[in-house]
Design a protein around this ligand. Structure first.
Ligand SMILES: Nc1nc2c(ncn2[C@@H]2O[C@H](COP(=O)(O)OP(=O)(O)OP(=O)(O)O)[C@@H](O)[C@H]2O)c(=O)[nH]1
Length: 310
């Protein structure tokens, strides 16, 4: 189709003129020091500031990280979301927030692989850098793992939300908590029992939080793999990225053969976590996104093995 009018090119003002047009003004007179040494350092003011602060720092810091696994892929780059904090004393005005990301960048440039060991080193160094007795680092990341179709063996990548939190105190040492949230299929036992045919089933989100003992050895144990296995092996069926018809038949029948209430899920996963000798205490939750309701079915269970010693 022919245009009736010849298009005319816009004559735009120069970029600086455009900024002026939209309200930019020239810089005002500068009276405050520009050298770091001459600048006020409010954060380091010492006075009685009324209260001690338990945790101050930065959160929602997104950064690329490397993660190692026992399963495939053995090494992956993923996105970590970090939170870094420490306490501060009553006589300190504020923390030095730039030091958190300063240290993160240093680790990144030296090839930061997130693990229990590397986070322990990181957090002890952070406390020292901040001149505090304690510090805490938490990182959450999508962890990718390969999953094969049960009949065809065809592979694809699934992911679970993983998280590691390491607290450090100069006097008491480290406390390490690992979390994983994985997705499974659950098929309703009640629906199977009462119906002439079929049973409703849904995606269940199994969330586990475990406190690791000092005996945990990540050279031989992979907490991510263990927690995922606890969730998946106790579900009605696993979730797969690639399913051919023989696979689909198998997962459908497997789910029917292994019906699970949300209560069954938390109890069965708890039994597996109980059997992990490097887990000191744990919480397991399951949330079933019910296919026959708009609402979810939920259950939570916590257990502390140390209570057995009392
Ligand atoms: N303590 C504190 N700092 C803040 C707050 N909001 C922003 N900042 C940060 O203040 C930081 C600069 O302060 P410092 O980290 O103490 O910088 P600095 O004194 O030049 O750093 P050092 O030489 O390591 O002491 C910036 O990174 C800002 O992000 C806040 O609410 N509290």
């Amino acid at each position: 189709m022919q245009h009736l009018h010849t298009p005319t090119k816009k004559q735009l003002p120069a970029k600086a003129e455009r900024h002026k047009l939209f309200g930019s003004v020239p810089p005002g007179e500068k009276t405050k020091p520009e050298n770091k040494a001459d600048m006020a350092d409010l954060q380091n003011t010492k006075k009685n500031f009324l209260f001690h602060i338990d945790a101050v720092g930065i959160a929602n810091v997104k950064h690329p990280i490397q993660v190692i696994s026992n399963t495939s892929p053995a090494m992956q780059t993923t996105i970590g979301t970090f939170e870094f904090t420490s306490s501060i004393q009553q006589d300190s005005k504020g923390t030095n927030m730039s030091r958190f990301t300063e240290q993160l960048d240093m680790y990144h440039k030296n090839g930061f692989t997130v693990s229990v060991q590397s986070l322990q080193t990181f957090v002890a160094e952070l406390a020292e850098r901040l001149k505090q007795d304690d510090a805490k680092v938490k990182v959450t990341f999508p962890w990718f793992f390969e999953r094969s179709g049960p009949a065809s063996g065809m592979t694809g990548l699934n992911h679970a939300d993983a998280s590691l939190e390491v607290s450090y105190h100069k006097e008491t040492g480290f406390r390490t908590t690992a979390k994983l949230s994985g997705t499974v299929t659950t098929l309703c036992p009640c629906s199977k029992e009462i119906s002439e045919y079929s049973a409703h089933n849904q995606r269940g989100i199994v969330s586990m939080e475990v406190q690791l003992t000092d005996a945990f050895n990540e050279d031989v144990q992979d907490w991510k793999e263990a927690l995922l296995e606890a969730a998946e092996s106790n579900a009605s069926a696993r979730i797969h990225p690639v399913l051919k018809r023989p696979d689909e038949k198998m997962v459908t029948e497997t789910a029917y053969e292994n019906p699970r209430f949300v209560e069954d899920m938390v109890r069965l996963v708890a039994a597996d976590l109980y059997e992990l000798d490097y887990v000191e205490k744990f919480t397991v939750s399951c949330s079933n996104q019910e296919s026959i309701h708009l609402h979810d079915a939920v259950a939570t269970l916590s257990y502390d093995k140390r209570d057995e010693m009392e």
